[in-house]
Design a protein around this ligand. Structure first.
Ligand SMILES: [Zn+2]
Length: 289
């Protein structure tokens, strides 16, 4: 594979950088050959193995003339692929300031960092954004989307792209136009969630029990593994508003890990009650009953 780093200089935006690499590659090959890409972009060596104390490491200097990547395989090869892409992100995003004397040393926590904040966190977030853009380009994601949202699509994506199911669910949410959210849980306790911007506020916090009125909870209680179909769900179980319809689908593995996809649907104009008197609304006063 032949790639040209010159065209990639000065791109500071991780998604755009990943896109520019795919433009150079041309035809989409899946799963994305991340090691070949790294090698074609001045990474002299990619070494995978079982290492202590870090998930990934990039050995380089501030000028990024050349680099070497180490990726830990203790959490599986799929994870190592993501780590390689993450380290390549640090290498190509040249404004990233080295986090250790001779490069970057990234911990497991860094590879799931999605908060913005201090420079270190920001750099980790950007490297993760680059990695997902490189391994799961939207052009590839599009090929596997069904007409309606469906967790089966995320699983198929995982197998085709060789990227974690979690990343594929996030990608599906980002790419689809419907208001969607995903709740990850273990033994019916919420671990974290991710939602599209137009999905309403989610009330659940890490460690909360899944609401007992939901299909997701029943799937746990009955120890069912595999996929459910979408079914209507009480909106107040998940959100603070009751004027929407929510449908939920769960995939649970035998280990008790589950992901629940929520799909919100605002009622159409015919379903809404008559608008309250705009005069009262303007005054900021509740309408008369
Ligand atoms: Zn990192």
């Amino acid at each position: 594979m032949k790639l040209d780093r010159i065209d990639l200089f000065d791109i500071r935006q991780p998604d755009r950088l990943a896109k520019a690499i795919h433009t150079q590659i041309g035809d989409l090959v899946l799963p994305v050959p991340v090691e070949d890409i790294a090698t074609a972009l001045d990474i002299s060596e990619v070494r995978t193995g079982s290492f202590d104390g870090f998930e990934g490491m990039l050995l380089t200097d501030q000028a990024r003339r050349v680099g070497a990547i180490l990726a830990n395989t203790r959490r599986g090869l799929r994870r190592a692929r993501f780590t390689i892409a993450h380290e390549l992100g640090h290498f190509l995003l040249e404004h990233h300031v080295l986090s250790s004397e001779n490069g970057f040393r990234c911990r497991a926590q860094d590879l799931k960092e999605t908060r913005e904040g201090r420079r270190h966190q920001k750099q980790e977030t950007r490297a993760n954004q680059f990695a997902i853009g490189l391994l799961a380009p939207f052009a590839a994601v599009d090929q596997y989307l069904s007409e309606d949202p469906d967790l089966h699509d995320a699983q198929q994506l995982r197998d085709e792209l060789d990227v974690s199911l979690e990343a594929c669910v996030r990608r599906l949410i980002e790419q689809r136009s419907e208001p969607l959210a995903a709740i990850w849980s273990k033994d019916a306790r919420v671990r974290y969630w991710h939602k599209s911007n137009d999905f309403c506020f989610i009330q659940l916090k890490q460690g909360d029990r899944l609401p007992q009125t939901t299909q997701a909870f029943r799937v746990h209680a009955e120890s069912r593994s595999g996929f459910t179909a979408f079914s209507e769900s009480p909106p107040m179980a998940w959100t603070s508003s009751d004027d929407i319809e929510i449908f939920e689908q769960t995939r649970q593995s035998p280990s008790g890990h589950a992901v629940t996809l929520l799909w919100a649907d605002k009622p159409g104009p015919d379903d809404l009650d008559e608008e309250p008197d705009p005069y009262h609304r303007e005054l900021g006063e509740p309408g008369f009953r």
